[in-house]
Design a protein around this ligand. Structure first.
Ligand SMILES: Cc1ncc(COP(=O)(O)O)c(C=O)c1O
Length: 403
């Protein structure tokens, strides 16, 4: 019999199943009110549109859409993304776009092509656990920068530059897990730091288009180009975008926008990983998205629905959560983060919440270091209004009992 404990590569010692995905399994029962996943509202998936688009591309270009295709991605889709990202003065070329199988793949390949074992990487604290899962096997030193309601404390970057970080990874807009965003002032300060110190910055932006209140902010990609006085993406920002939250996550269509040498190297990694992103899914996504009036209306509908759910969750929390607990009040995205008193552990509270058929994600694993055991993430996009109210009431009772 093979001794499986001894056969796996050393790097797998840092791999484990995502605890978020394990919690999601527990929430499959219909009686469980889940605030755990980062799931879009399924009732707004454009099922009919996707059905029509599938029919169209199969009827009109069937032999092409079922064939292998280029590693860079479908040219029309790359062109479309380049144009959509060309906000303000930016003029992005399709050559600067790589289509990926979800932005998770982009994140994974960025590490593969840029990071050596034991490199130092700056992250906001807490950060996206899916990035940590992907990057930890490189045995990196994560250098955490604290966050507040205005996002990453950009002042905290300068003092750790002496440790010669390789890059910064961050979700500047409607962060996962906190829902908070980097202010315009900090974006400008960050752009200056990136350019002055020639630092690479990975901007992970799945939620940027899901704003429900407040002023639209430019991406860091844009802010950095402006600081350079440029209109291109040949600077220090590697930008990851996705259709997952504005169309559907099931098709797994996403993109990386970056300077051409980065795209070129990522294409080589992509060839090794999966040759190319699903041809059919790229064609379907393009067929749906190229009708920009439809896409923009669809995003508007998502904003309206999620705004309502966010407001309802916050109002119910205001009424039913104990005073000892605090939480973020996001202007967009899918999540907010709750902070309990230090003596409480979110994993223990989750056990009690599950007894009441309510689920959430404890945030300990989103933090670098031993912080965050007393925090948890709530998703407000997926549950229907009556379930939000009922779930938050039950959670409030669990928290009151624990306190
Ligand atoms: C911050 C962040 N990055 C990346 C992803 C992965 O998204 P995709 O479905 O495009 O792989 C998620 C998904 O929840 C996310 O929250």
């Amino acid at each position: 019999m093979m001794n499986w404990d001894t056969v796996f590569a050393e790097r797998t010692s840092e791999m484990k199943r995502s605890s978020v995905r394990e919690i999601l399994k527990l929430t499959a029962k219909p009686e469980v009110i889940s605030f755990a996943g980062g799931l879009p509202a399924p009732e707004l998936f454009p099922v009919e549109r996707i059905k029509q688009a599938t029919d169209t591309v199969l009827s009109e270009r069937g032999r092409e859409v079922l064939q292998y295709s280029t590693s860079e991605g479908m040219p029309e889709l790359r062109q479309f993304i380049a144009k959509r990202l060309s906000k303000g003065k930016m003029k992005i070329s399709a050559d600067n776009i790589l289509i990926t199988s979800g932005s998770q793949q982009g994140i994974d390949m960025i590490a593969r092509v840029l990071l050596n074992e034991r490199d130092r990487v700056i992250v906001e604290n807490p950060t996206y656990v899916g990035m940590l899962t992907s990057w930890k096997p490189y045995h990196l030193h994560f250098l955490p920068v604290p966050t507040d309601n205005d996002g990453m404390q950009v002042d905290g970057i300068q003092p750790i530059l002496k440790d010669q970080p390789k890059l910064i990874y961050s979700i500047p807009t409607f962060q996962n897990p906190q829902g908070t965003s980097l202010t315009l002032e900090r974006r400008k300060q960050l752009a200056k730091t990136l350019v002055d110190h020639n630092l690479l910055f990975v901007e992970d932006d799945p939620y940027g288009e899901l704003r429900y209140s407040g002023e639209t902010l430019p991406t860091v990609l844009q802010t950095e180009a402006e600081y350079r006085g440029a209109t291109d993406v040949d600077g220090n920002v590697i930008y990851c975008g996705t259709f997952s939250k504005v169309l559907t996550p099931g098709l797994r269509i996403a993109w990386v926008a970056a300077a051409f040498p980065v795209i070129d190297k990522l294409v080589q990694a992509k060839q090794a990983t999966d040759l190319h992103t699903s041809t059919l899914n790229q064609f379907i996504s393009y067929e749906v998205a190229r009708d920009e009036a439809f896409l923009n209306n669809h995003i508007e509908a998502l904003r309206d629905l999620y705004r309502e759910r966010r407001d309802l969750m916050l109002a119910t929390m205001d009424e039913h959560f104990p005073d000892e607990v605090s939480w973020t009040r996001p202007e967009g995205g899918l999540f907010l983060m709750v902070t309990m008193p230090q003596h409480l552990d979110a994993s223990d509270i989750l056990v009690k919440a599950l007894e009441q058929n309510v689920a959430f994600v404890p945030c300990g694993e989103f933090f670098i270091g031993s912080m965050g055991h007393n925090t948890f993430r709530l998703n407000f996009s997926n549950a229907r209004p009556e379930r939000i109210v009922e779930g938050i009431k039950r959670l409030g009772a669990v928290l009151k009992a624990a306190i």
